[in-house]
Structure formats: structure tokens, C-alpha cells
Design a binder for this molecule. Sequence first.
Ligand SMILES: CC(C)(COP(=O)(O)OP(=O)(O)OC[C@H]1O[C@@H](n2cnc3c(N)ncnc32)[C@H](O)[C@@H]1OP(=O)(O)O)[C@@H](O)C(=O)NCCC(=O)NCCS
Length: 189
Amino acid sequence: MPALAPSSRFESERLTGEGFVLRPWRPSDLDSLLRHANDADVVRGLSSRFPHPYTREDGERFLSGAVVDLDDPVFAIEVDGHACGGIGARPGDAERGHCAELGYWLGKSLWGRGLMTRVVATYAPWAMQRLALFRLQATVLGFNEASARVLLKNGFIEEGVARCALVKNGEPRDVRVFARVRRSLCDAP
Ligand SMILES: CC(C)(COP(=O)(O)OP(=O)(O)OC[C@H]1O[C@@H](n2cnc3c(N)ncnc32)[C@H](O)[C@@H]1OP(=O)(O)O)[C@@H](O)C(=O)NCCC(=O)NCCS
């Protein structure tokens, strides 16, 4: 069993939608996490912080908070009682503290059912309100049309391309930049 994650300020959050629950990760999610995360097709569009193969040790490190800051709202996507994917928003620092980077993934067996569209529809407005965000941003690799569709269907606007924004498999890669914004924290997120 991995070390207990440091307690998060979002520990008691639980967001529900059609066919899923979003809630903080737990040490007991390890087997389910490994089952869904150890898949080259899942990793293809994600940061190298999400390795392949995805080992038990990788899962333990993630669940202990050693990979991403679990004090941010980093949630498991629970379907039928199992953690089958994840979604999170990482706020920037200082003057970028009202902007956060959105990331998400889902086990391949659940793709193509509209699930992530519904998850983002629940999570994005919640995160913008809870974190007092003016801007929620997501970046998408060129091949990842499914992810772009999820964002566009949730009110994210495509703003352009950040060239050579990251290195994937040793090659500099462009990313498409999407964001959902509001000019006032009083506006609906
Ligand atoms: C991207 C991802 C989250 C999508 O999840 P999902 O639950 O399958 O998405 P949905 O079913 O809600 O919506 C997918 C949309 O993309 C479309 N789509 C899927 N594959 C596509 C393709 N190859 N080309 C064009 N559109 C595609 C679907 O038709 C659907 O759009 P529609 O409702 O307008 O028809 C999932 O594929 C995944 O986890 N991928 C690996 C991790 C990843 O890439 N994360 C995003 C990083 S930016």
C-alpha cells in the first residue's frame, strides 16, 4: 500500500455527474490506477510525468503526492466504484495565480461514450469557481482531436498554437492552446 498522501484541502470534495464521481485519489486506488494507466495509447497525449510502462512504483509515487501536488484539485474519475481516470487543475504562481492548467485522462475501455465531455462539464466550472480563476487553460498535441473536441464542446476557445512548447520522444512539439475565461470573478465560470 503506498504511503498516505498528504491531506489535501479538497479532501472532502465529491462532484457527481451522469455515470461518474470525481473525488480525491486514495491509496486503495492503486490496482485500478495501474489497470487503466498502463497503456501506451493513454500516455501518448500526456506529459512525461505519466510514464509508459506505468509501473506499480509509478502508481505508488503518484498516490503519495510525489508526482503532482495533491493539494491541488487532482481527482480520480470513479466509474462503477473504480478509479478509471483522472482530472486536475494546476494553478500558476504569483500574478498567474488566477490561471490554471487543466489536464485529464481516461482508461481506453471507456473512451468514446461522451464521458470526458461530461466530466469536464462538471469539473471546469467547479474549478474556476473554487480556485477563483479568470482563466482555465488546456494544451493539446496536434493528433489529439478527441481532446480538442472535449474542450470545444465545453466552451473552451482555441487561441492558437504554441510552437515547440514541449519535447515528446526527443522531438520539440507544437501544442494547440484552448482556454475558458471570465473577466470578472462575479461572472459565471
Ligand atoms: C481525450 C480523451 C480524454 C477523450 O475522452 P472520451 O471520454 O473518449 O471523450 P468523449 O467521448 O467525451 O468525446 C470525444 C469526442 O472526440 C471525438 N473523437 C474521438 N476520436 C476522434 C478522432 N480521432 N478524430 C476526431 N474526433 C474524434 C468524438 O467523436 C467526440 O466528439 P463528438 O461528441 O462531437 O462526436 C481520451 O481519449 C483520453 O483519455 N485520451 C488519453 C489521454 C489524453 O489524451 N488526455 C488529454 C490530454 S490534452
